[in-house]
Design a protein around this ligand. Structure first.
Ligand SMILES: C[S@@+](CC[C@H](N)C(=O)[O-])C[C@H]1O[C@@H](n2cnc3c(N)ncnc32)[C@H](O)[C@@H]1O
Length: 216
């Protein structure tokens, strides 16, 4: 298995942010609210949701549409990415860096993170934040890329899923695959963070999901 090659943490570059905001993530992102509903059939109708590393909020907006009783605190460390997030009455954008950011709610009913984990030099930052803002009953849904076994397997996935995108996005996608964690590595991270109640599942040829309900 090839070693992880981290990529820059924050997506601060304007051109990169624009390419990301204009990309077509329909095939992956449309799955997430459906999978969330399937994993949590007894989810609350009303909830305050924390979305970590929200970027231009494409995933946030999909969850908002699928869950009309949900309000969102959407956090990102990149002003360039937040500048591409359209205004939404139930989504409050917060420019803040994890783990230092101080949020206005003490805990959240739902915690989401889509494609944040592979950006973090230290993945424990995500799990510490989940620990801090989860309470009994909090639903956690973290989705991310998973690292292929070889560079050529990553190239094949990039060709399959990003061929129609601008070169900058193809490069980003390839780098993201190389920076992603494997399910085995994520399970180790969860054990180290004391988050054994979160379960890791492989959902597509390039994604994994980490989900669970906080017991205490
Ligand atoms: C690949 S984007 C994902 C955006 C969105 N969640 C999605 O699924 O389309 C990752 C985002 O995480 C942000 N990010 C990375 N590290 C962060 C940190 N430590 N604190 C806050 N935001 C961070 C980046 O700026 C970037 O906007």
């Amino acid at each position: 298995m090839m070693k992880r090659i981290p990529e820059p943490e924050l997506m601060l570059d304007d051109e990169q942010a624009r390419a990301y905001a204009e990309a077509d993530f329909e095939s992956a992102h449309s799955l997430y609210p459906v999978l969330f509903a399937k994993l949590f059939p007894h989810r609350p109708e009303r909830a305050l949701v924390l979305d970590l590393g929200c970027g231009p909020c494409d995933v946030t907006r999909r969850f908002a549409t699928a869950n009309p009783g949900y309000r969102f605190h959407a956090v990102d460390g990149s002003a360039a990415m937040l500048a591409h997030a359209p205004r939404h009455p139930r989504i409050k954008l917060i420019h803040g860096y994890l783990p230092a950011v101080r949020l206005s709610a003490r805990t959240y009913d739902v915690i989401l993170a889509s494609s944040l984990l592979h950006h973090l030099p230290d993945p424990a930052v995500l799990w510490q934040t989940v620990h801090r803002y989860a309470a009994a009953g909090t639903l956690v849904f973290v989705v991310d890329l998973r690292r292929p076994a070889t560079r050529s397997a990553a190239k094949i996935l990039t060709r399959k899923y990003a061929a129609g995108e601008p070169a900058i996005l193809q490069r980003d996608f390839d780098n993201s695959l190389l920076a992603a964690f494997t399910p085995v590595e994520v399970r180790r991270q969860l054990a180290a963070a004391g988050l054994q109640w979160l379960r890791v599942r492989t959902i597509t040829d390039r994604h994994l999901v980490v989900a669970g309900e906080c017991p205490q």
